[in-house]
Unconditional design. Structure first.
Length: 590
């Protein structure tokens, strides 16, 4: 058994089949040898005794027919009967001669050869007497023919027939002896084959039992071990095994038992850890659900406020648009006023230049009046010198001087007026220049105001669009928050279900029996902390980072969570703002 257990199953099967084949080949060889012997004996019997017996039987039948025919011819009163049977007699003689030659070739026993020689001598006498009878019958010597028939032919023919019967019996005796020999050979072959068959069955059965026992016994042990493992008993010891495939199976089962013990131990610890973690997750989900509901209500209020803000911003945008139109109109008017003031400035400059020219002309007139007064004064002096002759010229000079004085005074007054007018024109020109620069500044200021109002209008429009987008985003966030609240409720239910499943898993793996160094305390699961309860007010309040539950492993999102992600992804992106402490931080951590 130890030798077989150290051989592989394939080698054992090959050895068993080889032994069965060898036994089968031995039985088949003996069977073939015996069958060949029987076939040779049968062929010998068929080729010699049976063939000889058939030939002798035909020869004897021809002989009896010839005797009957010859007796009929001799005893008949019809002389033509001899001629009638002449051809048959010749054919019968010819056939008997051929049979005689064939039988002679098959004779190999001395006793048979002796009988055959006697038969040959008797046949010669038979043929001689038959031919004599036929000749006498043809000659009409009936009495002589009958005498020869009765005295010589019939005794010789009977002796001839007796010897033929003796030879036939000898051949039949030989056939019977060969048959008995063949039958004995068949019986001995059957007995030998039976003995060989029984021996083959015994040897094959013994080796098959040893081979089957070497395979089934370890398999039964492996099956028993597998059943004990299936029943949860991991403390079973694996029996000693060989180096064959079944031994490898036992080694694999031993390794499986060791690995399964480690797995069960780890599953116990892991399931208890999962149970504790699921309890904390359920508590954290409960707190998160409360905060999510609080955020949902806050988002609803924010959405309402954003609607009002959107309406206000829309009104501001309309007002800014109207103010922009008015500022554009004022800018156009200011530009026109600036153009008019520019024209007035140019006109005042022309008046100032004309006044300066008039002042110059008045200065010329004043100079002329001064010179005229000097000339009049010179003329008066000359008239005074002339006396009476120059009296009329003195009167004229006096008048001229008077006119020159009045012209000088008028010119001085005009000059004073022109100077005052020039001063006023210069002052007006300065004022007009200042008004022009002021109007230019006003126009530029109005343009800046117009640009600012345009920017304000555009900014108000963008602000209105941004507020609308923010409102949509807040609405989407509100929907996502509500979906998150539903998701949190689902997660809480899933965490509770996970805790129950972990408890069930602990109960399931508890059926496995482990060794003392692997067995955990039965109260390990009972010692797991129960979920903490918290008031709704405390749950709604934001928690610090240190009070948050441990991060959960990533799990596939349910359809509501996927819908929330799609809503958030579809919401317009707005510039990010700094996160605020409290609920926003909790929302981001979620």
């Amino acid at each position: 058994m130890s030798l077989l257990s150290n051989m592989s199953v394939a080698k054992r099967l090959a050895l068993g089949f080889a032994l069965v084949l060898l036994l089968s080949m031995g039985v088949i060889g003996v069977s073939i040898s015996r069958l060949n012997a029987l076939a040779a004996a049968t062929e010998e019997m068929v080729q010699n005794p049976i063939k000889t017996e058939r030939l002798v039987s035909d020869w004897a039948r021809n002989l009896r027919a010839g005797i009957t025919r010859t007796a009929a011819v001799a005893r008949s009163s019809d002389p033509s009967l001899a001629d009638f049977f002449a051809e048959d007699s010749k054919a019968s003689s010819k056939s008997s001669g051929e049979l005689q030659k064939s039988v002679e070739a098959l004779m190999y026993l001395e006793s048979e050869k002796k009988i055959f020689q006697e038969i040959g001598a008797l046949r010669s006498l038979y043929l001689k007497n038959r031919d004599t009878i036929f000749a006498l019958k043809k000659e009409g010597k009936v009495d002589e023919a009958n005498s020869l028939l009765e005295k010589q032919f019939m005794p010789d023919a009977n002796n001839y027939a007796a010897k033929m019967d003796e030879l036939l019996r000898a051949q039949r005796t030989q056939v019977d002896e060969l048959g008995r020999a063949i039958q004995a050979n068949r019986q001995s072959s059957s007995q030998l084959l039976m003995v060989l068959g029984v021996l083959s069955v015994f040897v094959g059965g013994l080796f098959s039992w040893l081979l089957a026992n070497s395979v089934t016994k370890p398999l039964a042990q492996a099956s028993d071990l597998a059943k004990r493992v299936a029943a949860g008993d991991l403390t079973a010891k694996v029996p000693a095994h060989g180096k064959d495939e079944v031994g490898e199976l036992m080694s694999s089962l031993e390794l499986m038992q060791t690995s399964l013990s480690a797995v069960v131990n780890n599953v116990r610890r892991g399931s208890e850890s999962v149970s504790n973690a699921s309890a904390e997750i359920a508590q954290g989900n409960s707190d998160l659900s409360a905060r999510t509901e609080h955020q949902a209500s806050a988002l609803e209020q924010t959405a309402a406020s954003m609607e009002e803000l959107n309406s206000t911003v829309r009104n501001n945008a309309d007002n800014a648009r109207q103010a922009n139109q008015l500022a554009l109109t004022a800018s156009n008017v200011a530009v026109q006023g600036g153009a008019v003031v520019g024209e007035v400035v140019e006109t005042m400059k022309g008046i100032n230049d004309a006044s300066r020219k008039i002042s110059d002309i008045i200065s010329v007139i004043d100079g002329i009046a001064f010179q005229t007064n000097i000339l009049a004064l010179n003329a008066a002096v000359e008239a005074a010198r002339a006396g009476e002759q120059g009296r009329g010229f003195a009167v004229v000079a006096s008048e001229v001087r008077s006119l020159a004085g009045r012209s000088a005074e008028a010119a001085k007054e005009i000059k004073n007026l022109i100077s005052a007018s020039v001063e006023r024109v210069e002052h007006g020109t300065a004022l007009v220049d200042k008004a022009g620069s002021t109007m230019t500044e006003v126009v530029s200021s109005i343009r800046r105001v117009t640009d600012i109002m345009g920017e304000i209008s555009a900014a108000s429009h963008e602000q209105s669009a941004g507020v609308a987008q923010v409102g949509e985003a807040v609405t989407s966030m509100d929907q996502a928050t509500q979906q998150n609240a539903a998701l949190v409720e689902q997660m809480a239910a899933a965490a509770s279900s996970l805790r129950n499943q972990a408890h069930d898993l602990v109960q399931v793996v508890a059926v496995f029996k482990l060794t003392s160094d692997q067995t955990l305390g039965a109260g390990a699961y009972a010692a797991s902390p129960a979920p903490r309860k918290q008031s709704p007010a405390a749950a709604a309040a934001p928690k610090a980072d240190s009070q948050r539950p441990a991060p959960m492993a990533k799990v596939p999102l349910s359809p509501p969570a996927n819908a929330a992600r799609q809503v958030l992804a579809a919401a317009p992106k707005t510039p990010s703002r700094p996160s605020k402490p409290g609920n926003d931080e909790d929302w981001e951590s979620f």
